[in-house]
Ligand binder design. Structure first.
Ligand SMILES: [Fe+2]
Length: 491
């Protein structure tokens, strides 16, 4: 297996018993490139593109308590073409990461600490944390774009080589939230950000050539914590969720997210290039939603699928110090009980209808991105390992018939968000594969798996063994190779 060991970064992280610095979440410090890896099964010849996953992977001993959303961004990629695959992993060389490499220590506290402990002014909606670019990743205009959930810069990397290409020029002063959305039909990127200052939220559109073509406030009633957005062919959907920093504590520079169950969940539906005053607001049952799935227009209605949390303020996991148990519960799908849910918004009458689609706790859904913004039939969600921010399997839904199928990754095997990979010349919506990285704690190895999306229960059709055991991670993306190369040839 030709592996090139590229680099080991300097690290000051000390051994600890922190649940998210051990086991499947043990960070990696070494960057590799690998080709001709051991393969169980055969790498399909009918896919062409790149799978990339982001990971929170800290390298410095934290100042104060570590929260698993604080870690430095590390990207893991597997590119596929002509039945061959190449693996790479690289840190995102953010401004904060580079400064801490130079200092040899952490310079910023995480989200769970007193802001005054940060040694330099920071980033994010909180303003004191490091923009670690470790949350989300998409590929737009031929480049990887990695982002941070509390809003920060957009870091660009080459999808094939993972070479660092700096930050996007178009990022506004309030930064970019995680979960900008690529519309494959137009090549546009839709994004939002949020901050502590009025108007508290903005929304924008980047064209297929990476130019900002629209940017507008979408005001909120105060500082909020939206995490994701959705879009249809003609509209974008932004939210005002009743879980946000306690306003009284915020006045004292204390960041404590609180659930307000007597406030509604509000949805702001804005034409793609619309202004604030064109936003139509709808009210629905209170909840928190981490991730939305597809949305589409159906006559006068907008249909939106997402994961409705039955317990947005979950009880701490038992048997742990309360603060640790609460942190663990807040990122555990089985604690916050996120259920597949459908909202319908009537643009003419203002009516809202809600429908529960499945009663199992699920999250981190993916679907065929060629159907983004228009009606889609199939959805692929992950199951959570009880008590953990780790994924133990995949559930496929046929949203037309209500049928579902399930694949468990196996004992002590934890996957990532599993995007849909269309076959070259695919005939149907589910004609393709799901791709995921798996960390296997029984063998202490990691692999990349490809699963036939038409028959997920049959298990992986191909397993590519990685050169090292990789840290668990969540958000991932897939982009078509021909599209990426069309941008590279333009350079
Ligand atoms: Fe997310």
């Amino acid at each position: 297996m030709p592996i090139s060991y590229e680099n080991e970064v300097d690290h000051s992280l000390k051994p600890s018993r922190h649940p998210y610095l051990n086991g499947a979440w043990t960070p990696n410090f070494t960057e590799y490139t690998a080709t001709d890896m051991e393969v169980i099964g055969e790498i399909p010849t009918d896919i062409d593109g790149v799978y990339v996953r982001n990971t929170e992977n800290p390298v410095q001993e934290p100042i104060g308590n570590y929260h698993p959303f604080d870690g430095d961004g590390m990207l893991h990629s597997m590119s596929f073409r002509d039945g061959k695959a190449e693996y790479r992993n690289r840190f995102v060389r953010t401004k904060g990461f580079n400064a801490e490499q130079e200092a040899g220590e952490a310079l910023w506290t995480g989200i769970a600490n007193n802001p005054k402990k940060s040694k330099r002014p920071g980033w994010g909606a909180q303003g004191h944390v490091k923009d670690s670019s470790s949350t989300d990743v998409v590929i737009h205009a031929g480049k990887i774009l990695s982002t941070f959930w509390q809003c920060g810069d957009g870091y660009q990397l080459d999808p094939y080589t993972l070479e660092q290409e700096g930050t996007v020029a178009w990022a506004p002063i309030d930064g970019i939230s995680a979960h900008p959305k690529v519309d494959e039909a137009t090549g546009e990127l839709l994004f939002f950000n949020y901050s502590k200052y009025p108007p508290y939220q903005h929304y924008g559109v980047i064209d297929r050539n990476n130019k900002l073509i629209h940017y507008t406030p979408v005001p909120l009633p105060g500082p909020r914590l939206p995490h994701d957005m959705a879009f249809t062919k003609n509209y974008s959907i932004l939210v005002d969720l009743p879980l946000f920093w306690d306003p009284e504590l915020l006045k004292k520079e204390q960041y404590h997210a609180r659930y307000f169950p007597d406030k509604p969940t509000r949805f702001g539906i804005i034409p793609r290039y619309g202004k604030a005053e064109e936003t139509i607001w709808f009210e629905a049952s209170p909840t928190y939603v981490l991730h939305w799935m597809n949305a589409y227009e159906d006559g006068d209605e907008i249909v939106l699928d997402g994961y409705f949390q039955d317990e947005p303020d979950p009880a701490p996991l038992p048997g742990l110090p309360p603060a640790v148990g609460k942190m663990m519960a807040n990122i555990d799908i089985n604690s916050f009980q996120s259920k597949l849910h459908r909202w319908r918004f009537n643009l003419k009458t203002g009516a809202v209808k809600e429908q529960r689609l499945d009663d199992r706790p699920l999250e981190f859904g993916t679907f065929n991105q060629k159907y983004a913004g228009v009606k889609s039939r199939y959805l692929y969600s992950v199951k959570g390992e009880p008590g953990w921010f780790m994924f133990s399997g995949i559930v496929k839904h046929d949203l037309d018939t209500g049928e579902s199928w399930q694949l468990d990754f196996g004992e002590q095997r934890f996957g990532s968000e599993a995007p849909f990979v269309p076959r070259i010349d695919a005939k149907d919506e589910d004609d393709g594969y799901l791709v995921s990285f798996i960390t296997d704690m029984k063998t202490n190895r990691s692999e990349c798996v490809l699963i036939d999306a038409k028959d997920i229960a049959a298990g992986p059709v191909c397993r590519i063994m990685l050169p090292h055991r990789i840290c668990s991670g969540t958000h991932a993306t897939w982009a078509d190779g021909e599209t990426i190369r069309s941008f590279q040839h333009k350079d």
